[in-house]
Ligand binder design. Structure first.
Ligand code: NAP
Length: 288
């Protein structure tokens, strides 16, 4: 039977640490606060924002939801970000994606202060992800690695196949895996024979955004797969990028479920980043 790498326990551990740190900061008079920017129109984003609000409540973190109508202008959002950047009571800023077509997520993300950028989307945090310098790294790639390690896997010297080189997950994950000293093969839409690269892998990360990208005929029993994909089927079900048959037929050593895998841990890492952001804003010596 394949081990199902569920994220609940790993996420709870992260939350315990965050709650303790948040409590320490409060004793020093700092009330951790995150601001989330949501543009109406995407029901999934609205759902995720509310889910994050609920978690903030449990962690003792203040959560401000800034909700805009679908027709909001880019300038209005940039104006809010400018205000939030200058507001010392706000320690983290997050933009819910996707945005309506008339808005540029890239331009809006660039406006966020790097010290408050809990999603690791600003140019300087992207660079820090590459170089390993201090900064706020993107949450989902961190969650992929943390989930795997929670189940006792190590990365140093391992053959890793990474499927997907997108800006949000694959590309930053590649850099984090380099620093874990894994030997990484990156596959993408022009890779002619994905199966040949999975055959050589001990560990695979899949972040494509297409259900059924990895099928049972492509995998082997010595493989552990972390599936970062989130896809909605026509019936409204959430599925990953790896076909459900892979786990059902026990074709691999271990696999992370969707939902209940990478996504679950990603939310926890966002709050871990918020506490890191506070450390950065108040100086390394004054840890919570
Ligand atoms: P993206 O920017 O669209 O990148 C997709 C990548 O997949 C690209 O590199 C693309 O190749 C590659 N690709 C497309 N078809 C392929 C195929 N048939 N075989 C191999 N590679 C293929 O996506 P993203 O924003 O990084 O997101 C990836 C997935 O992660 C999505 O399902 C997204 O919903 C999910 N996600 C999950 C979380 C979470 O919290 N769990 C957070 C963010 C995103 P090219 O580069 O050649 O185009």
């Amino acid at each position: 039977m394949s081990v199902l790498m569920k994220a609940k326990e790993a996420a709870e551990r992260v939350y315990e640490e965050i709650a303790a740190k948040a409590e320490n900061w409060k004793r020093k008079g700092v009330l951790p606060r995150i601001a989330t920017i949501l543009v109406e129109g995407d029901p999934a984003s609205a759902y995720y924002a509310q889910a994050k609000r609920k978690i903030a409540g449990k962690l003792g973190v203040e959560f401000d939801l800034h909700s805009f109508r679908a027709g909001v202008s880019q300038e209005e959002i940039l104006g809010l970000i400018k205000r939030l950047n200058g507001d010392t009571s706000v320690h983290g800023i997050m933009l819910e994606l996707p945005l309506p077509k008339h808005l540029s997520a890239g331009e809006i993300e660039k406006a966020i202060s790097p010290e408050k950028d809990v999603d690791g989307v600003t140019p300087s945090n992207k660079l820090a992800t590459v170089t390993g310098e201090r900064g706020l790294y993107p949450a989902t790639p961190q969650a992929c690695i943390k989930l795997l390690k929670h189940y006792g896997y190590t990365l140093e010297g391992k053959n890793v196949t990474l499927v997907g080189r997108g800006q949000t997950v694959g590309l930053p994950l590649f850099h984090l895996l380099q620093r874990e000293n894994a030997t990484v093969t990156v596959c993408h839409s022009r890779t002619p024979d994905l199966a040949s690269h999975l055959a050589l892998a001990e560990i695979a990360f899949v972040a494509v955004g297409r259900p059924g990208t990895v099928t049972p005929d492509m995998v082997h029993e010595g493989l552990a797969i972390v599936d970062a994909g989130i896809n909605e089927t026509e019936g409204g079900r959430i599925v990953g990028d790896v076909s459900a048959d892979v786990a059902a037929e026990a074709k691999v050593q271990a696999i992370s479920p969707v939902p209940g895998g990478v996504g679950t841990l990603t939310t926890a890492i966002l709050y871990e980043n918020l506490l890191k952001a506070i450390e950065i804003q108040f100086g390394e010596a004054d840890k919570g």
